[in-house]
Design a binder for this molecule. Structure first.
Ligand SMILES: Nc1ncnc2c1ncn2[C@@H]1O[C@H](COP(=O)(O)OP(=O)(O)OP(=O)(O)O)[C@@H](O)[C@H]1O
Ligand SMILES: [Mg+2]
Length: 892
């Protein structure tokens, strides 16, 4: 029974095609039950697209590819994946590759059985769907668990989702004729059609079950079925029976494919009789697909695999997996992926003995951020006698997965000889990382420093010193951190990893000190060397991310944060259990959302960060501080205080370098609770401390927070030689010349405009804030300007009011002291009257509705106009909208 022609489904096919060719190019996913015809429909749709206009990639995810990171997309990605990239880097690289190959055409990704995509592939699909000039289409089987990035395709409105319904009777009749290759008598068609319930695969299996028997006959060219089923047969039962009847040879073919698809035809033919492969293909059990220079064999339908695997006893499954591993080893591993496939088969079949192979595979899985798989492989490598290298890798992976206790067990089982310098220095550093960050043991620093002295070789020394330096940075011993790092950079013998780790430390310090340009150069350098340090020191990634994140936040570079967040679609790392990475990224995203005034997203994302980081002592305090900020932005003093208390609870002493974020959040929390003097004192003290520590990059933000609390004229810092002290505005102006970037001058202008009480300047500053999407600052500056205008020049307030309303419209609920201070206080009754009047209800009608006299309504309105500084009804609507927290005038 060979492939028959496509029947019916005209509307569905058109819908699929216009999803790709339509103006929006928004994709479409069909879901439905097994065998209903989703895959076939997708295939027909893809075949109908002109390849001169569309660069099309068809991907069939399967149970076997789901076990490997990027297994689902092996057919799409080039064999050689560059080494040394972060999760973001891999995805970005993959998207670039697709874009290059598309050469200007619209990219179409067609994904069959998207629910079976492995996490990184799913993340990449999501990223592609979000890019311009791309469309993603695909299928999903009902009732299956769907990876998050795929689910997000329709929740983020990137694709539509439609249920593929059973075929209509006329369609099943046509399909039956196509299967049998001739007309079918109407009664038979009707009965078979009904038995199949419009499911083409079931129809086909029914025909298969009947064919060759006396029930199915052809007379005068017309097919007739005389058989009978008591109950409507079940699809899996039918397939199960069919598979049970296969000859041993054909069965062996289907089995191997079920556990190994996609399998090279060449490889399969070595294991079984090629004639049996042909029979399996003829019977429609497998399909042979030519793809570039490779010919792959897959199952004709996933259900065959599911049933085959279910029927297969454990012992036989293992034998098959071991057999597949042998086969692939014998023909030679051709793609990078083959190594992982062999290793996983070895692991699953209990025949993992080759420590080198396992170690290599573990490294590969880790470099694709599949932490669970990497952990299994590294442990197997260690068990197989992989020794020091395996233990080092396993401990590192466990540390990344936030399992430091297990990591330390692995490391402490080793006791390298101090005379073996290279090994000893590696052992010291991994051990140091796990104890310092994982177990929060600060004494590690001294231990490391003491033992490093025993090392005689300069390169070994450099490695340990670079490590000591970054620990010292974290515990705020910045002078030593800097000296040690520079020392490492000065050593010609230092390895790339040691050097770049030292550079990351310096880059962090530079950012905190406000030398954002230099910091950026250093970060770019560390990044560009990634391929040379990744294998040697994978955890350097975290140091790099921290430096980069700090620099972006201090620069107020929201677009830069978006860029890493978009690339690094957090679920990739999340699904791979790369918790420190995911959590830190979420903190950055929450920060960007907060400054944009998207307080819903800020709160949600920071809560997510707290959850991911709950068991880690590394960034948990930072995550809670960010949550406190988000809650404070919403005016939720209770949650803000609670989060701050959590931040203090979870903040590890070894992460002291993060104090500016925590202390800044504390200021916001006090202000949200209405304790303005407390908040001001907190921030003034913090500014002093930052100044003493030389953290000018942080200091500008803290001073600006003081401006936001209307303290531009407040004195800060030490007494100068002339006996006076600088004001916040003066200090900010001074710093704006020392701290890089164009944000500090803008913050300083804000301070001066506020100090000078100049509405025009405040509005100009607000415009510049808004242009950078710093919507909260923009709204606050506008509100302050409006407040002054309302008081001094009510006639000129109209435009400011419009602007504030527009800015607040861009934000979710935000209630900061600056916004509240300027907001006119209306009584509940005044609100009620004003809101109705703004909606265009006449005074008379308002009076009737509220059981008041028309005169009282007029009096209320006059008072409202006066408080809002408007001339009359016409301006009322905008004026109400400009009151923060009221979003168009809910009474409150
Ligand atoms: N409109 C059609 N015309 C002809 N053949 C069809 C049609 N729809 C489906 N088929 C055939 O029916 C069988 C089952 O369809 P298909 O593989 O598309 O099901 P599916 O919905 O993808 O199932 P699953 O969820 O198990 O993947 C296939 O052999 C397919 O070629
Ligand atoms: Mg299918």
């Amino acid at each position: 029974m060979s492939r028959w022609s496509f029947v019916g489904r005209t509307d569905e096919l058109n819908r699929l095609l216009s999803a790709v060719t339509g103006a929006e190019g928004r994709g479409l996913f069909f879901s439905g039950s097994a065998g209903i015809g989703k895959s076939r429909l997708l295939r027909e749709g893809v075949a109908a697209l002109p390849t001169d206009r569309y660069a099309i990639w068809s991907i069939a995810a399967s149970a076997t590819t789901a076990a490997l990171p990027f297994g689902g997309l092996v057919q799409v990605l080039p064999a050689e994946q560059p080494q040394g990239l972060s999760p973001a880097g891999i995805l970005r690289w993959a998207l670039d590759v697709l874009q290059q190959q598309a050469a200007g055409r619209r990219i179409v990704l067609a994904i069959d059985d998207a629910h079976l995509l492995d996490p990184p592939s799913a993340a990449l699909v999501h990223l592609v769907a979000r890019a311009d000039n791309t469309t993603v289409i695909g299928t999903l089987r009902d009732g299956e668990q769907i990876p998050l990035p795929i689910r997000a395709l329709w929740t983020d409105d990137l694709v539509e989702k439609a249920e593929l319904s059973p075929m209509a009777p006329a369609e099943t009749a046509g399909l039956l004729a196509a299967i049998l290759g001739g007309p079918v008598d109407a009664g038979s068609a009707d009965r078979l059609g009904r038995l199949s319930a419009g499911n083409p695969l079931l129809l086909r299996e029914l025909v298969h079950a009947a064919s060759g028997s006396a029930e199915l006959t052809r007379t005068y060219g017309i097919w007739k079925w005389t058989g009978r089923f008591e109950l409507a047969p079940n699809l899996t039962d039918l397939i199960d029976t069919r598979i049970g009847q296969l000859t041993p040879g054909v069965r062996a073919v289907v089995e191997l494919v079920a556990f190994g698809e996609p399998l090279g035809l060449h490889l399969l033919n070595q294991a079984v009789d090629p004639d049996d492969v042909e029979v399996a293909e003829e019977r429609g059990l497998i399909s042979v697909i030519r793809h570039d220079r490779r010919t792959n064999v897959r199952l004709a339908h996933p259900l065959y695999g599911e049933i085959m695997r279910r029927r297969c006893p454990v012992s036989r499954t293992r034998r098959l997996q071991a057999h597949l591993a042998e086969l692939l080893e014998r023909v030679g591993k051709r793609r990078r992926d083959d190594l992982l496939r062999v290793a996983v088969w070895r692991l699953d079949s209990g025949t993992a003995q080759d420590a080198a192979l396992l170690l290599d595979a573990a490294g590969q899985a880790f470099s694709r951020y599949d932490v669970p798989l990497a952990t299994r492989l590294a442990r197997a490598a260690l068990d197989a006698g992989g020794g020091f290298d395996a233990a080092e890798l396993l401990a590192t992976i466990l540390m990344f997965a936030d399992r430091p206790e297990e990591a330390i067990e692995v490391i402490d089982a080793l006791s390298p000889d101090a005379t073996d310098g290279p090994r000893f220095s590696r052992w010291l550093t991994v051990r140091g990382m796990v104890t310092y960050w994982g177990l929060s043991r600060e004494s590690t620093v001294e231990e490391i420093a003491a033992r490093a002295a025993d090392l005689t070789d300069s390169a070994d020394q450099a490695r340990v010193r670079a490590f000591e330096a970054i620990m010292r940075l974290h515990r705020l011993d910045t002078t030593t951190a800097l000296r040690l790092s520079q020392g490492v950079l000065d050593r010609p013998a230092a390895s790339v990893a040691a050097r770049e780790l030292a550079r990351s430390t310096i880059a962090y310090l530079q950012a905190a000190q406000g030398q954002l340009r230099r910091s950026g150069t250093a970060i770019a350098q560390v990044h560009s060397e990634a391929a040379r340090w990744r294998a040697d020191m994978p955890y350097l990634q975290l140091a790099l991310e921290l430096a980069r994140g700090t620099r972006l936040t201090l620069a107020g570079d929201l677009a830069g944060i978006d860029a890493i967040a978009a690339d690094e679609f957090a679920d990739l790392a999340g699904a791979g259990d790369f918790r420190l990475g995911t959590g830190y990224l979420a903190i950055l995203q929450a920060y960007a959302a907060r400054l944009r005034g998207q307080s819903d997203a800020a709160l949600r994302t920071s809560l997510g960060a707290c959850a991911v980081l709950a068991t880690s002592r590394v960034y948990a305090g930072l995550a809670q501080a960010e949550r406190a900020q988000a809650a404070a932005l919403r005016g939720d003093a209770v949650q803000a205080a609670e989060a701050m208390a959590e931040a203090d609870n979870t903040q590890a002493p070894g992460m002291a370098v993060l104090y500016p974020w925590l202390e800044q959040a504390r200021g916001a929390v006090l202000a949200a609770a209405g304790d303005l003097p407390g908040a001001v004192k907190q921030l003034v003290d913090l500014a002093d401390r930052l100044r003493a520590d030389g953290f000018a990059g942080h200091e500008v933000h803290v001073l600006h927070d003081l401006v936001r609390l209307d303290q531009a004229g407040t004195p800060v810092g030490p007494t100068c030689s002339d006996g006076s002290r600088r004001t916040v505005a003066q200090r900010l102006t001074e710093l704006s010349e020392r701290v890089d970037g164009d944000l500090p001058p803008l913050l300083a202008r804000h301070a001066r405009a506020a100090a000078a009480d100049s509405p025009a300047d405040l509005l100009a500053v607000a415009g510049d804030f808004a242009a950078r999407e710093l919507n909260v600052y923009a709204a606050e500056a506008t509100a302050t300007a409006l407040h002054r205008l309302r008081r001094d020049r009510p006639a000129a307030a109209g435009e400011a009011r419009e602007r504030l309303a527009a800015l607040l419209n861009r934000c979710d609920l935000i209630r900061t002291p600056a916004l509240r201070a300027g907001a006119p206080a209306l009584t509940d009754r005044e609100w009620e009257v004003a809101r109705l009047a703004a909606q265009g209800v006449t005074s008379k009608a308002i009076a009737e509705k509220l059981f008041l006299s028309a005169r009282t309504v007029e009096n209320h309105l006059q008072r409202v106009y006066a408080k809002l500084g408007v001339a009359g009804r016409a301006e009322l609507r905008a004026a109400l909208r400009a009151i923060p927290g009221h979003e168009g005038g809910a009474v409150g």
